[in-house]
Design a protein around this ligand. Structure first.
Ligand SMILES: [Mg+2]
Length: 293
């Protein structure tokens, strides 16, 4: 079985890295793109971040006009969401970002944020969760398990960081899988458990999750073509978890200090979903599940 494991926040302690990452991103934004005092931008960020935390389903990581993830789903996601809201909400900032990204792949704000994230998350020192090495080694030692790292980050950052762990073998990396790549014109629909055929999964009324993520869909299909038995493990829901769940692929949500109740509820109530209280529980959780064999 192929075990697709998310990197940031799942193998790493994202909650301990988010403040430093925000500081690096805000510094570059202030100096290189917006030409505003760092102190001013930092204060504006703090204010909007607080608002996003208070109203998480009204702030989101937006790509091509669609919601990729809600503000409260992860520590890095809260950074991304708050900075996106800051840039979209200020005409002057938006004009500067549009001038710097005149031919965006998605839209200027999404492209700008992606570039800042890739650049500065690669500068963070590795900070793995304490259980990461043992879990990866347990999976590598089991001939029935093929761990693969899945990440929105670029593969070279992930490889460099994984190389610092005493692993018994190499773990393949599916880098830059772009779970955030939203495509409004993608016409694929999904059969949901309530009998509906839709492009939106509504695990909870206040949190519709858009399923128009063709890049990630193709990545999952390629994984299934390689081995029809696939499971996904991640610390957030909308980006890495929604598609697997509606496709009937088992999804393990790692509960972290930042995991919101609505994500736990959405996964706990789905027959293909399981919540992991600790990353170290993963090998046993995989072994103990008839529905995965
Ligand atoms: Mg993650």
């Amino acid at each position: 079985m192929k075990i697709i494991i998310d990197f940031d926040g799942t193998l790493t302690a994202e909650e301990a890295q988010a403040a430093l990452l925000a500081k690096k991103i805000l510094t570059t934004l202030a100096i290189e793109i917006l030409d505003v005092p760092i102190k001013q931008l930092t204060a504006e960020f703090a204010e909007i971040r607080q608002r996003a935390q208070a109203n998480p389903n009204q702030y989101w990581w937006q790509v091509n006009g669609l919601v990729a993830s809600y503000a409260d789903e992860g520590a890095f996601i809260l950074n991304t969401t708050s900075i996106q809201a800051l840039l979209r909400g200020d005409e002057r900032y938006l004009a500067r970002v549009t001038a710097v990204y005149p031919n965006p792949e998605y839209d200027p704000v999404a492209d700008c944020m992606n570039a800042l994230f890739h650049r500065h998350s690669a500068e963070l020192p590795p900070q793995f969760r304490p259980e990461a090495t043992a879990v990866l080694n347990a999976l590598l030692a089991d001939p029935a398990r093929a761990p693969v790292i899945l990440t929105n980050s670029l593969g070279d950052k992930v490889r460099r960081q994984l190389d610092t762990l005493p692993l018994r073998g190499a773990v393949p990396i599916l880098g830059d899988t772009r779970q955030y790549e939203m495509a409004p014109d993608w016409d694929r629909t999904f059969h949901l458990r309530n009998g509906a055929t839709s492009q939106v999964w509504l695990p909870l009324t206040d949190y519709p999750i858009d399923l128009r993520r063709p890049a990630y869909f193709r990545a999952l299909k390629r994984a299934q073509a390689d081995d029809p038995r696939v499971a996904v493990v991640a610390d957030t829901l909308s980006l890495p978890g929604a598609l697997p769940l509606v496709m009937g692929i088992p999804f393990f949500l790692l509960k972290t200090s930042y995991t919101p109740a609505w994500c736990l509820q959405a996964v706990e109530t789905h027959p293909s979903g399981r919540v992991l209280d600790n990353l170290g529980d993963l090998p046993d959780a995989l072994n103990g599940m008839d529905w995965l064999k």
